[in-house]
Design a protein around this ligand. Sequence first.
Ligand SMILES: N[C@@H](CCC(=O)N[C@@H](CS)C(=O)NCC(=O)O)C(=O)O
Length: 230
Amino acid sequence: MIDVYSWATPNGHKVHIMLEECGLPYTAHAIDIGAGDQFTPEFLKISPNNKIPAIVDPDGPDGQPISLFESGAILLYLAGKTGRFLGETTREKYEVLQWLMFQMGGLGPMLGQAHHFRLYAPEQIEYAVNRYSNEARRLYQVMDKQLGQHAYLAGEDYTIADIACFPWTRSHKNQGIDLADFPNVKRWFDAISARPAVQRGVSVLADKRKPLQDDKARELLFGKSQYQKR
Ligand SMILES: N[C@@H](CCC(=O)N[C@@H](CS)C(=O)NCC(=O)O)C(=O)O
């Protein structure tokens, strides 16, 4: 049984969806990032960057336990463990990897900043709001072009590249994006939203998540707590 240390956010959803898609048994442990659970010594042992998600699989590659942080690494691990959602040929695998890296290095960080400056920043900084909203739009255009030529991001099959990108596009309104402007993304988004495993995945820990509105949560996530030496 895999232990998942997580929260109902886009990066957490990626792993919950993959576990559901693969039918792997798991236990989800809530790491309430608005309450500071990500800074406990126990969690930092498995996730030294104080971020969810992380997993511990007692049945790792050599039959020994393995713990992993970073959602992209976890998706690759679960794809390797099950032989699913990573393409079959070497060429297909590289297609998947490049779109997975697009998510990890571009879509996730940029949309995260768009959320931050549009929703959470204590003051509206016009330059930052425009910078990240424009960048969000540019990234949706990149996906829309690719999805105009292929059913899924890495080709004709649903892969971990889609599983990584999809959860971030669920908050498109918060990024200033209207999916009507991106018809190919909309078609892909609707198809993935309809998958039963995806519906189960996005509901994992969802009942525990609270809106990020109290000062303590803001301080923990965006204030001095982040920068303490641990
Ligand atoms: N690159 C990381 C990003 C993870 C991440 O940003 N997690 C956020 C929630 S979506 C978090 O745990 N934030 C808590 C904090 O920064 O203290 C991944 O993909 O796993």
